[in-house]
Design a protein around this ligand. Structure first.
Ligand code: ZN
Length: 309
């Protein structure tokens, strides 16, 4: 699975950075792409990538500020134009209000979609586990921003060990029900008395990945909980070292606070986004250097960056 950043800027589009959106590509796992936030211009950013909009099956919105949602009506409408392709439904998760925003935008603009949108609105009382499939779980918890805003924790379930069929065949086990027995962990004795020990032929289960994607927030324990042991934590860094006071008053974080969260959560990797347009490339390097003193594996991401989870 990969994360690709479509917009990494804060507040308004800038020359080098569009407003918030990123995707979690789960093509190898479930042949789907999940989007997190959809700022204005997200569909144009997608044109610069290999992402097929119809593969976007779920959209998770962190909060209703314009720089995180204004791209939705456009993206949803364009997704409808792929008429030669199969039209697949889409799920939208977000704070109460997202449904009326999307539906009224589509209605006023006379947009008709050839697929269905399933809305999953939540408020403070209905957070926690938002969804579960056989392979993934998604949790949300409230953060600390100027309006209701959440962070998401995407948990891939552990992958079962796989059966080494070639080795079993080589050991003399005939294809058939005995294979199934070994697969279920049962030892089997062959006619010639050879004992086949099941665990020798099944690989170790693989730990699922955890990706934590936060919306805008002040430094908060909720972020630490969401990011516990995460393979990747995506955290905003609207401000830099020394600006803690102003960050707090505007409902945002600094790079140092993001690094502190990553450290407390024992996350493996920290990616900083929601970068103020006043930070130039050399400033971003400084953001990284400063943050690395608290949490070493940190990087400021740029639009269109793709990161293997
Ligand atoms: Zn915001």
């Amino acid at each position: 699975m990969q994360l690709q950043f479509l917009g990494t800027g804060a507040g308004q589009p800038a020359k080098g950075r569009n407003v918030s959106s990123l995707v979690l590509k789960l093509l190898d796992e479930i042949n789907e792409i999940w989007m997190f936030d959809c700022g204005e211009g997200t569909q144009r950013q997608i044109l610069e990538t290999s992402i097929k909009p119809r593969k976007v099956s779920k959209i998770f919105i962190t909060h209703l500020h314009g720089d995180h949602v204004l791209g939705l009506p456009g993206f949803l409408s364009s997704r409808a134009f792929q008429s030669s392709e199969e039209q697949t439904d889409i799920d939208i998760y977000g704070p109460k209000g997202i449904r009326s925003f999307v539906l009224s935008s589509l209605k006023v603009t006379g947009s008709r979609l050839p697929y269905r949108i399933h809305f999953h609105e939540f408020d403070r009382q209905s957070l926690g586990k938002l969804m579960e499939t056989d392979k993934f779980e998604v949790y949300a918890e409230e953060l600390d921003h100027s309006i209701f805003c959440v962070g998401y924790r995407v948990v891939q379930k552990d992958l079962e060990g796989t059966l080494n069929a070639e080795a079993l065949k080589a050991a003399g086990l005939p294809f058939g029900p005995l294979f199934g027995k070994v697969k279920n962990g049962q030892d089997v004795t062959l006619e010639d008395g050879t004992l086949i020990v099941a665990k020798d032929y099944i690989s170790e289960p693989k730990k699922g990945k955890v990706v934590t994607i936060l919306g805008d927030t002040r430094q908060t324990h909720a972020s630490v909980r969401l990011a516990l042991g995460a393979n990747i934590l995506v955290h905003e860094s609207t401000y830099g070292k020394g600006d803690e006071k102003i960050a707090k008053s505007h409902g945002h974080s600094t790079n140092m606070q993001a690094a502190q969260v990553a450290k407390e959560a024992s996350a493996k990797r920290l990616l900083l986004n929601h970068i103020s347009p006043r930070f130039l490339t050399r400033d971003c390097r400084q953001l990284e250097r400063d943050a690395a003193k608290v949490f070493e594996n940190v990087k400021v991401v740029y639009d269109l960056d793709e990161v293997e989870v």
